[in-house]
Ligand binder design. Structure first.
Ligand SMILES: Cc1cc2nc3c(=O)[nH]c(=O)nc-3n(C[C@H](O)[C@H](O)[C@H](O)COP(=O)(O)O)c2cc1C
Length: 202
């Protein structure tokens, strides 16, 4: 089959996010200028550069995470793993501004070192970030897509040393959680290695 998204897919559910899957989940903690805590998962999230470490998340509509990021210029991208899946999901509740999703989801905040928003204490890793860019993309029709993309540079990295094996981040142990399409998720259970080909001049 082929379809043009602007004309509809004709399927029971939109397959777009099932195709662009798995997506890592940026579990974003922020704090407002008045000190209100916020925590929410974003699967429109990824790393976009190694040097410097840059990450991005995208909010469909101006959600609290974006509002708080605009106020303070800082966020933490906490690592979502299989053992925290239910709490991660609970933190996506549409709680009124000022209600901390840490409390709602039964999670403990732990202080960050370089930024003001706290991290999720139980997360195996957390990236402390300072905002470098906020974009509002347009569609082909020139109209705003109603989306805000926040890019941040990672200024501090926390790793739970229990999740290191021989100094390497152990995905199989951590079971990195990712978002698929529909209501589906996946966790890393199998890892295999491949080396990149190198062109030989001779
Ligand atoms: C796994 C998961 C991934 C999500 N990804 C996104 C996303 O990429 N962008 C978005 O706008 N909302 C996403 N949501 C919904 C937000 O988490 C939800 O709207 C939340 O209430 C936003 O919180 P905030 O207003 O405190 O920032 C996701 C929800 C879940 C459960």
């Amino acid at each position: 089959m082929f379809y043009e998204p602007s004309k509809g897919h004709g399927l029971p559910h939109d397959p777009f996010k099932a195709i662009v899957a798995p997506r890592p989940i940026g579990w974003i903690s922020t704090v407002s200028k008045d000190g209100a805590l916020n925590l929410a998962p974003y699967s429109f999230f990824n790393a976009i550069s190694s040097h410097p470490h840059l990450v991005m998340f995208s909010s469909e509509g101006e959600k609290d995470s974006v509002t708080f990021v605009r106020e303070t210029g800082e966020f933490v991208a906490n690592f979502a793993s299989r053992n925290l899946a239910e709490k991660m999901n609970a933190s996506s509740v549409d709680a009124p501004r000022g209600i901390s999703e840490f409390g709602y989801a039964g999670l403990t905040p732990a202080p960050s070192q370089m930024v003001s928003p706290p991290r999720v204490a139980d997360a195996y890793a957390a990236l402390e970030c300072k905002v470098v860019n906020i974009l509002q993309p347009r569609g082909l029709d020139g109209a705003s897509a109603g989306v805000t993309v926040v890019m941040g540079e990672v200024v501090g990295v926390h790793i739970d040393e229990d999740i290191l094996s021989d100094g390497m981040f152990d995905y199989a142990k951590a079971q990195n959680l990712s978002r698929l399409g529909y209501r589906d998720y996946a966790a890393v259970t199998e890892v295999f290695e491949m080396l990149r080909p190198r062109w030989k001049a001779d």
